[in-house]
Design a protein around this ligand. Structure first.
Ligand code: ATP
Ligand code: MG
Length: 575
């Protein structure tokens, strides 16, 4: 491709409001443009990256015997009603009516279509297992599209589905996907960790998420170098604590934490303010949150207790409650506990109480259920109705739940996930088969996703420098950026034209910067776009030499034209 003819609109300025480095660089390098919130155009260079990622995914899915097909984005509502997701999913599902008034949905994933198809085309155990996939657009009306292409309302996913005769057989399809995913991320040079997913704890079904390290990631994981344990902070078991409660190390504060007393704390409503007031660390306090359980106006209230320095894992509380919840409004708190938020405490309370495990031990300062007062000497023995459960987010420094080693933390991007669905869709949608004994049984399913744009963005997050993107060769928009230093110099121009033709013939993807522009601008653009090799045709053209720059290491050397192809092959790792 000639730069003079290519739609490659590089820009100097970061897009307004962008925080993620991948967002900034994808816009600046001319890879994408935002049409509307969370809706993106892929420009030619960006689309080349997506196609390379797709090709890697395709080859690895094909290698495990997964069959490529294409399922439609627009779906009749019926299949979503049969699966129960028409009602279970809220605003995230785009819905519309066709001209006859029939309800339609824009597919946000394709379990429904796959199950519909399986119900019609799979009849016997002899046809199983089946592995199907497509690389197709998904539509989701995300509440908060953000971070460039990382969370968008329209995106391309590779989603595959396994159909098996039994849970045991599903394990095999699942293992094949794990092997394929490991190879896909390795080939894309995206360092990703497989962690247990949300459903893992919900009894029965198993899932895993692939998390790529990146500061721009929305998710946070903790992991242990000793034993390899890794989990989302919302999920990681966080029961144990290394340090004893503050009440067992009395030297830490002037206040007697063991004495059951009500003390005036004028104006101090937050943990930070009360901690300041008493001169104690946040760990010495109880955080009492009143939650309203269930959706509507008429939900019931419960009290949730955490240590002052801990954060609530909403996921864990949802599991403990077996229902959704929200923070109670000030009016609801007043009605339920007789006091406004800020001075709420568990002594006394008539509400059901859910207390984090670490609170089994120690004495704390808590709200006194009186305006401007807190109570010292509060232990959970004073709250007989308390149910203890693991409710807090794990954090770096916590002991590893597996080996007691030190947990470390990292921000991550979820680049893919794998899910053992079992008969969740096949049972309600009637996707059954006849087993060896002629008995009708629901097909056992799995589903497996990879977001292509997230792989591209994660690669940028992991491979960039102050000048721009440093693409891994496998997914770079071009192998080489051929820079003609002076377009007006006939010898340079002729050599560059020759190399452009020869390198293409030798199988390299080349972007030829033939523009009549200053060398400085061309070099800046080449670094920004980040193709692995830069071939610079300049001063030494008359001698038959070009400069070869390795974008990753910055290393440059003069190479005779006759050796260029082999030097390029080395640089790209294509020995
Ligand atoms: P998240 O928790 O980030 O919302 P998800 O659990 O909804 O992800 P899935 O429905 O399992 O994701 O989709 C599979 C894959 O598709 C994800 O692992 C991710 O790579 C990608 N993906 C999901 N939602 C988006 C989105 N809004 N924009 C871009 N990629 C997405
Ligand atoms: Mg989602």
């Amino acid at each position: 491709m000639r730069a003079s003819q290519m739609l490659l609109p590089t820009v100097k300025e970061d897009p307004a409001g962008a925080e993620a480095i991948s967002h900034k660089l994808m816009v600046r390098a001319g890879l994408v443009r935002q049409l509307a919130a969370g809706i993106y155009v892929y420009l030619p260079a960006g689309w080349r990256v997506m196609q390379k990622i797709a090709a890697i995914i395709r080859s690895e899915m094909d290698a495990i015997g997964c069959q490529e097909m294409l399922m439609p984005v627009i779906n009749p509502a019926e299949i979503w009603q049969q699966s129960g997701r028409w009602d279970a999913i809220g605003g995230e599902l785009f819905r519309l009516k066709d001209r006859k008034g029939a309800d339609m949905a824009l597919a946000m994933t394709h379990e429904e279509v796959v199950t519909w198809l399986a119900a019609r085309e799979v009849h016997s155990y002899k046809q199983l297992p089946q592995l199907w996939y497509h690389i197709q657009t998904k539509e989701r009306d995300e509440a908060r599209p953000k971070s460039g292409v990382l969370r968008t309302r329209e995106f391309i996913m590779k989603d595959s589905y396994s159909l098996d005769v039994s849970e045991e057989a599903l394990q095999d399809s699942y293992a094949k996907h794990i092997a394929a995913y490991d190879r896909i991320y390795a080939r894309c040079k995206v360092e990703a960790l497989m962690v247990e997913g949300d459903s893992g704890m919900m009894g029965g079904s198993v899932s895993h998420e692939y998390m790529a390290y990146a500061d721009a990631g929305e998710d946070e994981i903790v992991y242990c170098r000793e034993c390899g344990y890794a989990a989302n902070v919302e999920m990681a078991l966080a029961g144990a604590d290394r340090e004893p409660p503050v009440s067992e190390t009395p030297s830490e504060g002037a206040v007697d934490l063991l004495a059951d007393e009500v003390k005036p704390t004028p104006g101090a409503k937050t943990i930070a303010a009360v901690a300041d007031f008493f001169g104690l660390p946040a760990r010495a306090f109880l955080k009492a949150l009143v939650m309203t359980v269930g959706g509507g106006e008429d939900g019931r209230q419960v009290m949730v207790l955490l240590r002052g320095d801990h954060e609530l894992s909403e996921l864990k509380l949802r599991k403990a409650l077996g229902a959704g919840f929200r923070l109670a409004t000030p009016d609801e708190v007043l009605a339920a506990q007789g006091i406004e938020p800020g001075y709420v405490g568990p002594v006394p309370t008539a509400l059901p109480v859910y207390a984090d495990e670490v609170l089994r031990r120690g004495y704390y300062v808590a709200g006194a259920n009186q305006p401007d007062h807190h109570r010292t000497g509060v232990s959970l023995e004073m709250v007989p109705q308390a149910t203890f459960c693991d409710l807090r987010k794990a954090r770096p420094g916590d002991p590893c739940p597996q080996c007691m080693g030190d947990l470390e933390g990292a921000r991550v991007i979820e680049v893919g996930n794998i899910f053992q669905l079992g008969t969740k869709y096949s049972a309600p949608m009637g996707a059954t088969f006849l087993d060896v004994d002629g008995k009708e049984r629901p097909i056992v399913m799995g589903s497996y996703g990879i977001g292509l744009a997230r792989v591209a963005a994660a690669a940028i997050e992991q491979h960039h420098d102050g000048n721009g993107i440093v693409w891994p060769p496998s997914i770079a928009p071009f192998d080489a950026h051929l820079v003609l230093v002076r377009a007006s110099d006939e010898v340079q121009a002729a050599l560059a034209e020759l190399l452009y033709a020869e390198l293409a013939a030798a199988g390299f993807d080349v972007l030829f910067d033939d523009r009549d522009m200053s060398p400085g601008i061309k070099f800046k653009d080449a670094d920004l776009l980040g193709c692995p090799a830069q071939v610079v045709v300049g001063k030494r053209a008359p001698e038959g030499f070009v400069e070869l720059k390795d974008r990753a290491s910055g290393e440059r050397r003069d190479v005779p034209v006759a050796e260029l192809a082999s030097a390029l092959r080395d640089l790209l790792g294509r020995g």
